[in-house]
Design a protein around this ligand. Structure first.
Ligand SMILES: [Zn+2]
Ligand SMILES: [Zn+2]
Length: 364
């Protein structure tokens, strides 16, 4: 749980996450108590910890998780024991945002996320009687979570907990950048800039499309270890940013998943005439990039922003699971280590240093 934010010292020295006992109460109408089985550490958690994304505190972090339903609120449709993927941008199904089929976020869902509440309103977490904010309606860094029914997607028991967890953020975001936002055509080269969990998930999904599209898959990162893994996972070419500049060629579809301005500029510059840059990273809100408007006009290029891969989770997760069951989307390869909740501060440091893909907390 994050107690304070905006500390000017680097996260590695501040170590602000504490583990404590919270009271969750019983689920109300439309709510579920879920026993968490696995929760991934994502850069968006780190962004809250290091102050790049300002959120209300105290907050129980964690937005990429999976578990089993332990209690169902009155009138609920899921059975106790059902395995669920948590999704961090609940969709109410009724608002103008939901009517865009994923292109823009749900309006009440975003408002609830920004105020640290559940989609149905209110906070269910109490620490010694005082309310604690939910993180994106999930708060998965805990043994249990109280969630809105609309924040979960049920999955079958054959989906292991860590696979289910990373579907909820890394795969929905990285895969959706391609399938929902860029929609590559036959022969389009697909480049991914920034190989964290989201970027590597985009590489996996791009590689899974190769049979249909004949796409060449290109991966870009500053760390050689990430580039070797991208090659193992199906990238045809890998580059550091310096090597990319030397290569001098471009791709029709470029996904930026690093969340910093340099990576965004690199991605735009590497987009071929007529092509599309999809940006899914979450830089500091004050960040500003330098790109050439003429380059967009004269070469007919597009830049598209995509939050959570413009996903509709209950539409998209079954599709990724189909590819996973066919052996075409080895989502488990995104899990770089399995850790305990007690190790979360050291794991945040690892994440800040850019190592690993998905460190997943396992609960048993
Ligand atoms: Zn995430
Ligand atoms: Zn909505």
């Amino acid at each position: 749980m994050l107690e304070r934010i905006g500390d000017p010292t680097p996260y590695a020295e501040s170590r602000p996450l504490v583990i404590d006992d919270l009271d969750l109460g019983a689920p109300g109408p439309g709510e579920l108590l879920v026993r968490i089985e696995a929760a991934g550490l994502c850069h968006s958690d780190l962004s809250v910890v290091d102050g790049n994304r300002v959120r209300p505190v105290p907050m129980l972090l964690g937005h990429e998780a999976a578990g089993r339903v332990e209690q169902v609120g009155p009138g609920g449709d899921l059975a106790v024991g059902q395995r669920v993927v948590m999704t961090f941008l609940p969709r109410c199904g009724d608002c103008a945002g939901c009517a865009t089929h994923g292109r823009t976020p749900c309006v009440p869902g975003s408002a609830a996320n920004n105020s640290g509440e559940l989609l149905g309103g209110g906070r269910r977490l109490r620490r010694r009687g005082e309310p604690v904010h939910h993180h994106l309606g999930v708060s998965g860094f805990a043994t249990h979570a109280m969630v809105d029914r609309r924040s979960v997607v049920p999955v079958d028991d054959d989906v292991p907990p860590e696979v289910a967890a990373v579907l909820g953020c890394a795969v929905l975001t990285g895969g959706g950048a391609l399938l929902n936002s860029a929609r590559p055509g036959p022969g389009d080269r697909i480049m991914v800039v920034g190989l964290g969990g989201v970027g590597m998930a985009a590489v996996l999904v791009a590689a899974s499309l190769r049979k249909e599209l004949g796409s060449e898959v290109i991966a870009v990162d500053t760390l050689p270890e990430k580039l070797s893994l991208a090659t193992e996972l199906g990238a045809d070419r890998v580059f550091t940013p310096a090597q990319l500049a030397e290569w001098g060629d471009q791709a029709e579809v470029v996904v930026e998943a690093a969340g910093n301005v340099r990576a965004f500029e690199t991605a735009v510059a590497a987009t071929a005439p007529g092509g599309t840059t999809v940006t899914v990273g979450l830089p500091n809100p004050e960040a500003r990039a330098s790109i050439s408007p003429l380059g967009l006009v004269a070469q007919g290029r597009s830049i598209v922003g995509s939050y959570l891969g413009s996903a509709v989770p209950d539409r998209d997760i079954p599709e990724y699971l189909r590819l996973w069951r066919e052996g075409r989307l080895p989502v488990e390869r995104l899990v770089s280590s399995r850790i305990r909740l007690e190790d979360i501060n050291a794991a945040m440091d690892e994440l800040a240093a850019g190592h690993g893909l998905r460190q997943v907390i396992i609960f048993d």
